[in-house]
Design a protein around this ligand. Sequence first.
Ligand SMILES: [Fe+2]
Length: 390
Amino acid sequence: MYTDKRVYSYFYPMMIGRGCVASLGEKVKEQGCERTIVLYDKPLKELGIVDRVLSSLKASNVQYVGWDGVQTDPSADSVNRAAEIARSEGVDGIVAIGGGSAIDTGKAVDVLIHNPGRAEDWFEVKDVKPGVPSFMVSTTSGTASEVTVLAVISDADGKKRLMFPNAAAPRMAVLDPELTLGLPPALTSSTGMDAFSHAAESFTCNLANPLTDRMALDAIRLVAQWLPTAARDGGNLDAREGMQMAQLIAGLSFNNASTHAGHAIAHALGKARHVPHGVGCAFAVGEVLEFFAPDVPKKVREIGLLMGADIPENAAPEEIGRLTRETINAFKKKIHVPTVAERGVTKEQLALLGDDFMLEGGKKYTLREMTASAYIALATTALDNEAADQ
Ligand SMILES: [Fe+2]
């Protein structure tokens, strides 16, 4: 059954394709920007990716001030530092280069450009003045932060808080697969499974709609086709391009529907045990789909089939769930997704995380009401299966 809970109007300017970053300067100029702040982290500069962006800006006579202080899981402090520079330099455009952390930093700076005070003053505030045109240059293939509406910023206690840039300021997503060639294998496989989780969870959440369903299925098809190659042979541009498209479509899907239990578990593990987001998402996505197979057997079967499972048409929901989960877990093993056990996660710790799983939004978008004990059981089963698969 499709939902009628939300109505969407969604349009997002994007520039996509091999080598497209060379045209970024022209696009920035077209938006009337003369002086930009360019946000990134040091490793990206060392890889030469930042210089490709800067030369494009130079070629179009766009001035820029560079800031290499982007943090993983950006803190309010880091955002405030970047915003201070953006304000004092009087920039009229923002360019963020990187994965979710850089792009979320860019979104948060965008909020602070025309709204006074510090990042902390604007947590969870949706009514903000529009900032300046911003350009989100993606260098990973997972989070799809370049096309999602919010920024995730950590407060002084390490708690993840949300900031909402005003959609009235133009924003462009820049997706050049050449910029993802340097992503190491473990990051390629785990961020790729993040994209898979976005697609699989948005397909099975209670806000799924006909448009998001089509996007989710296409994203899953692309992950099945290209992620093994991208993880094995990072220099394969076809595979990188396929995965960039997969994460983009999956991002558009979950941004218009939602993720659910798999992401609730990933967020709780990220907070409690510093499990990287993609690793946490990959951890239980198979078990989550098995859990919800009785609610949406046809949908789970479609996911299973796309991932290569052999599932008879008349299979019972429980069998559909089991076969789909087994196929996804075998896929994870084949592409060497890091495990949560490697991060020191134990059953004893999972048993203490029930409230965290619930807090992370994990019951809002599930097809069935979740309880803390159901989450613990689900995560414990996933840990058992992870150990059995090694
Ligand atoms: Fe995610």
